[in-house]
Structure formats: structure tokens, C-alpha cells
Design a binder for this molecule. Sequence first.
Ligand SMILES: Nc1ncnc2c1ncn2[C@@H]1O[C@H](COP(=O)(O)OP(=O)(O)O)[C@@H](O)[C@H]1O
Ligand SMILES: [Mg+2]
Length: 350
Amino acid sequence: MTSAGETRSADPFLGRVVDDRYRIEQLLGAGAVGSVYRAVDRSTKQNVALKIWTTAADNEQVQGRFLREAKALSTLHHPNIIAVYGYGVFGALPYVAMEFVDGRTLEHMLSAAQPLDTALACDVMMQVLQALAYAHGLGVIHRDLKPDNVALVQVDNGFVVKLLDFGLAKFLSPADDPMAGSALTLQGMVMGTPLYMAPEQAAGRAVDARVDVYAAGCMLFEMLSGRPPFTGETHAEIFRAHMLAPVPDLAGLRPDMVVAPELLQLLERALSKDPQERYTDAGEMLEHHLRMPRPPVRPKTHYPQNDNMRLRVDPASLVPAPRRAARWPLVAAVVTSLGTALALAYALLR
Ligand SMILES: Nc1ncnc2c1ncn2[C@@H]1O[C@H](COP(=O)(O)OP(=O)(O)O)[C@@H](O)[C@H]1O
Ligand SMILES: [Mg+2]
């Protein structure tokens, strides 16, 4: 693993100034097409997130992703969608300057493979659906919704969700599509995890807002159970599960939870194999989500403050939540020693 110091000396972007405005300070995350940095806007002294498509040179697909993200973000203005400040070219590489999120990704919150508090899961889902409902209303589909692209900022009374990474966004109106008329398709695009991918998307068929509905359903299931609904050792196995496996039994995975029938219906409908049986878009799913009985108000859950999104760069520093079961050996040892002492006393006193 690279230490922070090594990364600093190896990264050619650190300390550079982009467009005479953004001074690059720190690497936040590296993805399939480039890197995201924290930079400081020299005029306002504010932090911004600078995403640089380092693999864009001579790569039409990566340039396509950049155009999609820049166009989608400048179309969308919503409190649960990362705001864009500007975009341009740095050297030969396209970049977008965005609102800086000092928080964690949902992926990080789920990395301990434990369910989230039910009220928190429902609140996160509501905010994700609000953002998507807004985007769908404007004819923009995210298409790459997954916990890694959902950022959470802790505020006094909970979390604020910010959707990231509109690099695969699709525009329902061809007139809005920055790639309209281009021969470029997304076939063969470097693909991340298929864990949240709707069956029709995995099969390469035409997609619409319902792929985001399906991905939202996968994330809700995972937040409530601690595991994604459809898993497998290989991509092929995961695709098979999306296409054929029934939605796993949530009540069986969460015997401690009272699972409302409305919640099961919501999951079943969002996770339908056939897009025709799903909610038509996030707006409709949101309506149903809001009609569900409210889960009990959660106890004040404290999430550590220092493990922010940067941890994605250094997974070794992730500390899984301590397991209650770890106390049992201690209890067993105390009971055994007490028993032995009593038996000894009884034998001596007889
Ligand atoms: N606005 C932001 N503020 C802070 N960190 C960010 C921001 N955008 C992205 N990141 C970090 O960079 C990582 C990759 O960003 P993302 O936009 O998802 O790009 P990719 O296309 O490479 O997946 C994220 O997982 C997150 O850790
Ligand atoms: Mg991403």
C-alpha cells in the first residue's frame, strides 16, 4: 500500500493550479476513468472537488463520459445532487469542478456488511428517490446508481444525501444528449460492479428510468439486510441472479425486525425482473415509499467522524463495527470459573 507521503510525491497533479483558479491539494478517490481531488478555489478560498478524466486522451468513450457528466450536472440543480461549478480542459484532460462533499459514501457505510438502522435506511432512500425523481422529471437517467455513487454528509439531525457520478447519464430527449449523432455506444465500456444492474441493462437492451428504480431497490434491500439482493462469485453469476433469482426473504435475514408488508411490496415491485412491473420512475416509487408506515425514530446512532470518503483510497483503515458475539467468550469464562469455584468449595466443605 502507498503511504500518503508516497502518493504525494508520485502524483503529478498535487500542487498544480487548474485554469488559474483551482489549486489541487489532495487525492480523494480514483475511479475507472480518472481521479477526484480536493482543490481550493483561489478566489473564494472554498474547497471544491475536481474530477480529472486522466484516461481521456485519445479515448472517445472516456470523453463521452465526461460530456455526459458535465451536461447532466449542469442541467440538474437539486439539494441531493452534487452541484457543478464549471468544467474545462486541463492540459489535454477534461475536468469538472464540483461541490466538495466532506462525508462518506454509502458503500463505506455498508462495508461492515451490517444492516443500517431502519429509519436511517428509509431516510437515505427517500433522499435518493427525491434526487432521482427530479432528474427523471427532466429526462435524465443516472444509469450507474450504486452505494459508491451515493455520498452522505453528516448534519446535526442525520445525513444529507448527494448523488455523484453522472458519467453514464442518459438523456431521454435526443436533443439534450451530448453524444447524440455520435456512433459511440456504451458497449464495452469499462464496467464496475453489476450488483445493482437491472436485468435489461445487464442484457444490453434499451434502458429507461426503470433501471434507476431497480438499482434503488437493490440499495434499499442492502441497507436493510446488510447484503445486496443478488450476489455471486462472478459477473455471470450475478447477472443470472438478477435475471432468475427471486428477491431473498428479508424477514428471514432480519428476524429482529418487524418487516411491514408495504415494505416487502415496495421491494418486490422495484426489483421486478420485468421493467413493465416496476414503478415507472423514481417519482412513483417515492410516492409509495412515503406512504409506508414510518419506522420507529432511531436512537441517536453515532458514526465515527474521521472515516470520510478518503478511506476508499485506503481500505485498510476501515474498522468494522465490533460484534456483540465477541463478549460471549468472556461471559463463558466467568461462568465456568464461578462453577469450578463453587464445586471446589462444596467438595472441601463436605
Ligand atoms: N464531490 C465530491 N466530493 C468529495 N469526494 C468526491 C466527490 N466526488 C467524488 N468523490 C470521491 O471520488 C470517488 C470517485 O468519484 P466518482 O465521481 O464516483 O468517479 P468514478 O467515475 O471514478 O467512479 C468517490 O467514490 C468519492 O470517494
Ligand atoms: Mg463512481
